[in-house]
Design a protein around this ligand. Structure first.
Ligand SMILES: *Cc1c(COP(=O)(O)O)cnc(C)c1O
Length: 468
């Protein structure tokens, strides 16, 4: 595809073949925006199978019992859920509606784990009644679950969310420390009624050895639980399995070193010379590491091959010796290659001081995660001859909310082939979080429609018909 748009410092997105094909067909792009509105979230889940097998292959090489639970909060579509289940994954759910939709879709209870950060009684009740494993965060949740289970407490399926304590790992709001759980479980009323099925943890960040440390500590707790009469069968290491959006390490490094040299107030790279949380020329902690070397399979291999400082066995050997299944809950890295967001240019104009702006029929909650910016170059599609002359200056992308800081992306872009109202812009690889995690219907603007490739045609995803 010839390049019609790129960052003033390039960050070229890796595109799946289906994305290249779609974006190489301007008439089809225009038709999708015409039928579904702007922006439209477009999905093709064929890459999910590849992402899953990368992980399974790495686990198999270490001879461990291994299962993947798709973290549904990363993408709300029914298409993602259906494909994950068809690929043999279980599902990690974060709310009552996510759980209900999984059960209604026929996902077996044994293939679901509830990891919601806060659990309503209604959520606990549905989980208990249907026999779904609940990852408990704290003692109040345990008491709520025991009360709801009543005399059927022996049917409670629970995992303990463990807060990992280690110099490598920052303090966490999630779970409880091991001694705290062991104290709670040794209370007579609890001990006689609760059986622990597994240990769960989920860490911030993407460091492989932090997961190794977590598994090692979880296995130590499992040893203690067995001594207390429990029969735990799994350790679930949560998500945070890394992916890489950019192939070029050089572009990634260049971007940060150029940003570090940028004088304050110089807007040639970012809006108001925004540093995006960087410290010196190093990427900030405020952004996702959009370029990474060690991802999915290679990363899991490192987690499993690690030998904890206290021992001589690798993590994989420890898991095998303990006869414990390892589970993980990837969200983002399963959605890698599965979606893009297509939007229409509404206008071109100048800011009051002359800086060029490109306005989009889209707001910034529709391509956003908790990261300070989405650091990938969008792709420009010339769908039809423009009504007004195309403009060629480098510009910022602004959106539909009535806020001065309403930027779709904080970086500045060049348009060597020109841009005008009616052109289309695609944000690549947005299926993991970028489309859904913070989308809002503020200003009474409707949420973006979700479309998927069903093997024959582009069709509406079922989730947009669901009323919450
Ligand atoms: C968010 C979350 C995940 C998924 O994390 P990714 O970074 O998308 O892999 C998995 N488990 C839990 C408990 C989570 O909160």
């Amino acid at each position: 595809m010839d390049e019609k748009m790129h960052g003033t410092a390039r960050l070229t997105a890796r595109l799946e073949p289906w994305m290249e094909e779609l974006l190489g067909d301007p008439a089809l792009c225009a038709e999708l925006v015409e039928s579904h509105g702007s922006p439209v979230n477009i999905h093709n889940f064929d890459a999910l199978g590849r992402n899953v097998s990368e992980l399974r292959t790495a686990a198999a090489a270490h001879g461990i019992d291994f299962e993947i639970y798709y973290a549904r909060k990363a993408n709300k579509t029914m298409g993602a859920l259906d494909r994950a289940v068809r690929e043999g994954c279980g599902v990690d759910v974060a709310s009552l509606n996510e759980l209900r939709q999984c059960l209604d879709a026929g996902v077996p209870a044994g293939r679901i784990i509830v990891s919601a950060a806060v659990k309503s009684k209604a959520l606990l009740e549905v989980a208990i009644d249907s026999g779904v494993t609940i990852s408990l965060d704290n003692e109040d949740e345990l008491r709520d679950a025991m009360e709801l289970a009543g005399c059927k407490a022996e049917t409670l399926k629970i995992a303990l969310r463990l807060a990992i304590e280690h110099p490598l790992i920052p303090p966490t709001r999630f779970g409880l420390l091991a001694p705290e759980w062991l104290r709670i479980l040794s209370d007579g009323a609890v001990a006689s009624r609760v059986k622990v099925a597994g240990i769960h943890f989920h860490l911030n960040g993407y460091a492989a050895n932090a997961r190794s440390v977590g598994i090692h500590q979880a296995l130590a707790v499992i040893g203690q639980l067995r001594g207390m009469g429990h029969e735990p069968s799994f350790v679930d290491m949560g998500g945070g399995i890394p992916m890489s959006y950019l192939d070029s390490a050089q572009q990634w490094d260049d971007f940060w070193s150029r940003l570090a040299q940028l004088p304050d107030g110089d807007e040639s790279l970012t809006w108001k010379s925004d540093r995006l949380g960087a410290a010196g020329s190093l990427p900030g902690t405020g952004v996702y590491p959009y370029h990474q070397r060690l991802i999915r399979g290679g990363w899991l291999d490192e987690v499993l091959g690690y030998v904890p400082e206290s021992g001589t066995d690798s993590i994989a050997e420890e898991l095998r010796a303990a006869k414990i299944q390892l589970r993980c809950e990837p969200g983002r890295s399963l959605m890698d290659g599965c979606g893009l967001t297509l939007t229409e240019v509404a206008f071109t104009k100048d800011r009051s001081d002359g800086v060029p702006l490109v306005g989009l029929h889209m707001n910034r909650t529709q391509c956003r995660s908790t990261s300070a910016d989405f650091l990938l170059d969008p792709v420009l599609v010339h769908a039809a001859p423009p009504r007004r002359k195309r403009r060629f200056e480098s510009a910022f992308l602004v959106g539909a909310y009535c806020i001065e800081e309403e930027l779709l992306l904080r970086r500045r872009f060049e348009f060597p082939a020109g841009v005008a109202a009616g052109d289309l812009i695609a944000f690549p690889n947005t299926a993991g979080y970028l489309m859904h995690i913070v989308e809002s219907a503020s200003h009474q603007l409707p949420l973006a429609a979700n479309v998927l490739w069903d093997g024959n045609a582009w069709v509406a995803d079922g989730i947009d018909g669901v009323k919450l």
